[in-house]
Write a protein that binds this ligand. Structure first.
Ligand SMILES: Cc1cc2nc3c(=O)[nH]c(=O)nc-3n(C[C@H](O)[C@H](O)[C@H](O)COP(=O)(O)OP(=O)(O)OC[C@H]3O[C@@H](n4cnc5c(N)ncnc54)[C@H](O)[C@@H]3O)c2cc1C
Length: 470
């Protein structure tokens, strides 16, 4: 076990985008004032699995060419949350995103830009080369190279320690030897993710059959909701929709992390009875990938199949949306395809015949909402409805995997954890997925951005407060 200090200036719980940004943000702000602070980042995982969700993400950012946040984001949050999301927090994110992207570049990350049609939903995307893994490696190196800063592995935070006047002054941890210790710190940042890795909490908040949700990536298993529980114990307010999750459709045949199938708008999706149940073309994949996955888990017994024909193989921009290591199941006829998928032939054949007969006129165009729709079906398909008539037919067996939970801690726009009446709890900050923000839907490409941004804000604010009080 790494040697522990008697006390730290900052203790960060979690070694993902939010926690590492908090640690680096603190170091940089303190160094500007000529200080060499003691910073500890607690990581529940061993070193080779550090980084939580961040380690596994491609880290697609909803950002523009000039590094500003998607200009529609704040309005979209207002609209889809029906006014429930903290709009000041969203505006702060909007104001800070350019600095966040420059922060990544300053730490050696190369940012890659994508425009339509690859994005197919937002006008522009930015991604760090090497994804979230590169973020974790780059920011962890800053901590590792800094005197007085350390990452403590297999160190699980259990409780917040309170001083007599109620300020947070440390964390009770269980170390790799299984023993409890109290680490003292002037400030604590909770950045240890949501509760997607905790079946008991999932069942409590999202309900029956939560146990059937596989994790989108292994790092999520460490996110057990400990930080949310710890904050609740000291009277923190909560935010975000506790009974909602972000999930994605994945290829059911593989154990590979993040084997996401985003191509559902460009074919049909049937359930285990061979019936369609969702308007696959109601929006771009960005707009629908979360809700169709939730529907598969919640109402379709976690079983679905994407079915298409050779029309889509002519479009490389579509084929990249099937991010699995398994080839599609292929057959020359629908009955044969049904047999290979373990489905009864008759219902699937009828579904496809009814669908083909309902397809309206127009040209199939995957680069825009083409309005090529069906009519008379329940549900109809609103765009990209072409007849399935060019064999070999192809299919992917699907299930929904959980990515993150929506419910979490409430903070102000300086990342300070607040109590029920909005008063900041002295010494306590939170950043990243652990902060409850989303309601009803998740606008993709904002989770890593907000983790980095509010991590940085938490670290910088904690450093300034420490220096003012010293
Ligand atoms: C496969 C995949 C793809 C994704 N794609 C995107 C995308 O393209 N764009 C996007 O914006 N978002 C994406 N996301 C979501 C995004 O990656 C996460 O929401 C974000 O990285 C969360 O960062 P975080 O720092 O808050 O949490 P994490 O990165 O999960 O870090 C939490 C850390 O806390 C540690 N921890 C947990 N409990 C404790 C404890 N008790 N004590 C000590 N340590 C603890 C964990 O081990 C981990 O290191 C994706 C997620 C996944 C899994």
């Amino acid at each position: 076990m790494d040697s522990l200090a008697d006390s730290y200036d900052l203790i960060v719980v979690g070694c993902g985008a939010a926690g590492l940004s908090a640690g680096v943000g603190y170091l940089e702000a303190a160094r500007q004032q000529g200080h060499r602070p003691r910073v500890a980042i607690l990581e529940s995982a061993p070193p080779e699995q550090r980084g939580g969700a961040t380690r596994w993400t491609t880290a697609r950012f909803r950002a523009c060419q000039d590094y500003s946040l998607d200009p529609f984001f704040v309005g979209k949050m207002q609209e889809i949350s029906k006014g429930l999301s903290d709009i000041e927090y969203c505006r702060t994110l909007e104001a800070e995103v350019p600095d966040t992207l420059r922060f990544l570049e300053a730490h050696g990350l190369e940012l890659v830009h994508y425009g339509p049609p690859v994005a197919m939903g937002v006008e522009h995307e930015v991604t760090p080369n090497g994804g979230g893994h590169a973020i974790v490696e780059a920011l962890a190196k800053v901590i590792e190279d800094s005197d007085g800063a350390q990452i403590l592995y297999r160190m699980e935070a259990l409780r917040l320690n309170l001083a007599g006047d109620g300020r947070v002054d440390g964390v009770v941890v269980r170390g790799p030897d299984g023993l409890l210790r109290t680490l003292h710190g002037t400030a604590v940042v909770l950045a240890c993710g949501g509760f997607e890795g905790n079946k008991e909490m999932l069942t409590r908040y999202i309900g029956a059959n939560a146990c059937d949700l596989p994790l989108l990536a292994p790092g999520l298993g460490y996110n057990q909701g400990a930080g949310i529980r710890m904050a609740m114990e000291v009277g923190a307010a909560m935010s975000g929709q506790f009974d909602m999750i972000h999930s994605e459709l994945v290829d059911r045949r593989t154990d590979r992390a993040d084997a996401a199938i985003y191509g559902h708008p460009f074919g049909i999706v049937v359930n285990g009875d061979g019936h369609r149940f969702y308007d696959e073309g109601q929006g771009t994949f960005e707009e629908t990938f979360e809700l169709i996955a939730y529907e598969v888990w919640r109402n379709q017994k976690q079983t679905a199949f994407f079915v298409a024909d050779q029309t889509i193989t002519k479009h490389p921009g579509i084929m990249v949306l099937f991010d699995t290591d398994k080839p599609p199941v292929e057959a020359d006829s629908m009955p044969e395809l049904a047999a290979m998928l373990g489905l009864e032939a008759e219902p699937l054949v009828k579904t496809v015949e009814d669908y083909n007969a309902a397809v309206g006129p127009g040209e199939f165009d995957p680069n825009q909402r083409d309005g090529k729709a069906t009519s008379g079906l329940t549900p109809d398909k609103s765009n990209w409805a072409y007849r399935l008539e060019h064999p070999p037919f192809l299919a992917y067996p699907l299930t929904a995997a959980i990515c993150f939970t929506y419910g979490g801690i409430r903070t102000d726009s300086k990342a300070r954890v607040v109590s029920g009446n909005g008063t900041p709890i002295p010494g306590l900050y939170a950043a990243g997925e652990i902060v409850g923000l989303y309601f009803h839907e998740y606008p993709a490409g904002t989770s890593v951005l907000r983790s980095l941004t509010f991590g940085r804000i938490a670290g910088a604010h904690a450093a300034q407060s420490a220096l003012q009080n010293s």
